[in-house]
Design a protein around this ligand. Structure first.
Ligand code: ATP
Ligand code: MG
Length: 248
């Protein structure tokens, strides 16, 4: 049910598969209807980027992998779009980096939280956080602020794909290292990230995992060097340049 009847050689295969997964996510009750709109926004940027992982995004993915590997407590935040698009890939990334998975929704309902946690478990997740909601992100209203105290509440590094700008800012203000996947380099989420990854989540998550596997045996000096060499401003302007001057 996660797949479609279109040959992989179809020029719009990836985009059609993405749309199908999001629609299916809505049918399953894991993606909100607003998630459909967010996907449309992302797709437009992806089109302008040439629907590829740019060199600059690949460097950001490597930096993100290094951050996750050297973290004391890395957490991957999962919303309804991420769960619909890359459930198994998020489980792989959690395995490769020792990160926790935490369901974290902008439009939070108990039912959708449970469905997403189940969906992740069906894709191989062992433990899924987010259901306790005994921690708070300061500076946000009650519902938006909920996290697990021993999950995102305690994390030093958080991967937040497709996050709302307010929450991205509030997490950054808590002093957390924030790795953001967002196709719009101008979005506030990308702008507040320690590592903005301007790439489609369906390419970015497997990309980070591949780098994490590659860096598995790396020394802490090497991980530090990759982290220090990454420049967020350069990454954001490279993405904006690619969009503005894209040769489509
Ligand atoms: P701002 O961050 O400027 O406040 P917003 O967070 O309110 O904007 P939304 O439309 O809610 O904007 O957020 C969706 C974000 O997720 C958009 O920036 C969009 O580019 C991005 N996005 C959507 N689908 C994907 C995807 N498949 N991969 C990566 N990013 C995506
Ligand atoms: Mg945003």
């Amino acid at each position: 049910m996660d797949e479609i009847d279109v040959p992989e050689s179809h020029p719009r295969y990836e985009s059609l598969l993405t749309r199908h997964r999001i629609e299916h996510g809505v049918d399953l009750g894991i993606t909100s209807r607003q998630g459909l709109i967010a996907q449309g926004r992302g797709e437009a940027y992806d089109y302008l980027l040439g629907e590829r992982t740019t060199e600059s995004a690949d460097r950001a993915e490597r930096a993100a992998a290094a951050h996750l590997l050297r973290a004391d407590h890395p957490v991957l935040s999962v919303n309804g779009n991420a769960a619909a698009l890359v459930p198994g890939e998020l489980v792989d990334l959690a395995d490769a980096t020792g990160a926790d998975l935490e369901v974290n929704l902008f439009n939070r309902t108990a039912e959708r939280m449970e469905r997403i946690a189940d969906h992740l478990r069906e894709h191989g997740a062992e433990a899924v956080k987010g259901l306790q909601a005994d921690g708070r992100i300061p500076g946000l209203d009650h519902e938006r602020a909920k996290v697990d105290a021993d999950g995102i509440g305690d994390a030093d590094v958080v991967l937040v794909p497709l996050e709302d700008g307010d929450r991205a800012e509030a997490l950054a203000e808590m002093g957390k290292t924030e790795l953001v996947i967002d196709l719009n380099p101008l979005s506030r989420s990308a702008q507040t990230a320690t590592v903005p990854i301007v790439d489609n989540i369906i390419r970015a998550v497997p990309g980070i995992t591949e780098h994490a596997r590659d860096l598995q045996g790396a020394s802490s000096d090497e991980l530090d060097r990759i982290v220090d060499d990454f420049d967020r401003e350069t990454a954001l302007s490279a993405a904006e340049d690619a969009i503005r001057s894209g040769d489509l």
